[in-house]
Write a protein that binds this ligand. Structure first.
Ligand SMILES: N[C@@H](CCC(=O)N[C@@H](CS)C(=O)NCC(=O)O)C(=O)O
Length: 254
């Protein structure tokens, strides 16, 4: 079996899939796309993934898109090390949490990410260039237009941070209910993998204090970072602060 993963080092969605490959100790070819240069919008890539986003998995020529779908697919075709509970009720619970993670923290984290890390690159474009770039995005056109070259408003930032806070509280409640240390109990599942990149991103942006009063989430975060799969997933260049020097300064002064 040969796996090729179209990915971007700092893409939170790609990080989910890289983590699962690494946790399964299955090698894969990583094709790194430069999202700021628009590699994800080139015609050949759009034939693979009409959403114009990463990640995309090519498994022996079969294409699978969407990170949560890909991680479930990998658990099906590489079942030796599984991150999916056998019990159907627990499996359904895992899937509902994965949906929650996509709808809440994964969506909300884009607002601080774009405002703090990507906005300076977009501000260098002329208005026409920015509009053409926004227009070319199948999935994120309206998101880009709402952000504009002035960035998301204070109100939009606050709303995103509140959604993130509610996500940490939900994690806390799930860990308490399951007995932890993971969301569904003793075993790490794809639900943990699904939320991991949002917390890593917020930590990287200097905002880990948002869950500092939730000790179960603090322990969860330390535990996932201690997993052997974590380091190879977050190879150098995977954190925004490693790529954007202005963020590193911000993080250091936080
Ligand atoms: N639901 C999709 C979302 C994928 C997604 O939004 N990918 C981002 C990086 S994390 C991307 O490629 N963005 C490119 C862009 O906004 O043009 C998934 O989980 O795979």
């Amino acid at each position: 079996m040969a796996f090729k993963l179209y990915s971007a080092p700092q893409s939170t969605c790609s990080q989910r899939v890289r983590f699962v490959f690494n946790a399964k100790q299955v090698p894969f070819d990583e094709v790194k796309l430069n999202l700021l240069e628009g590699d994800q919008l080139k015609p050949d890539y759009l034939k693979l993934n009409p959403n114009g986003v990463v990640p995309t998995l090519d498994h022996d020529g079969q294409i699978v898109i969407d990170s949560n779908v890909i991680t479930e697919y990998l658990d099906e075709v590489l079942p030796d090390t599984s991150f999916t509970p056998e019990d159907p009720v627990a499996r359904a619970h895992m899937r509902s949490l994965m949906h929650f993670m996509d709808e809440m923290p994964a969506a909300a984290v884009r607002v601080p990410t774009f405002n703090l890390a990507f906005l300076p690159s977009f501000q260098k474009l002329s208005r026409e260039e920015f509009e053409a770039m926004a227009e070319s995005k199948p999935l994120r056109r309206e998101f880009m237009k709402t952000m504009g070259q002035g960035g998301f408003s204070r109100h939009e930032m606050d709303a995103a941070l509140k959604r993130l806070r509610r996500s940490y509280e939900r994690m806390d409640a799930e860990i308490e209910k399951s007995g932890g240390p993971w969301l569904l109990g003793k075993e790490l599942t794809l639900a943990d993998v699904s939320v991991m990149p949002a917390l890593v991103r917020m930590h990287d942006l200097g905002m880990a204090h948002q869950w500092a009063d939730l000790p179960r989430v603090v322990t969860w975060f330390d535990s996932i970072r201690a997993q052997p799969a974590f380091k190879p997933t977050y190879y150098h260049g995977s954190l925004l602060s490693e790529r954007f020097p202005h963020l590193r300064e911000k993080v250091l002064s936080a």
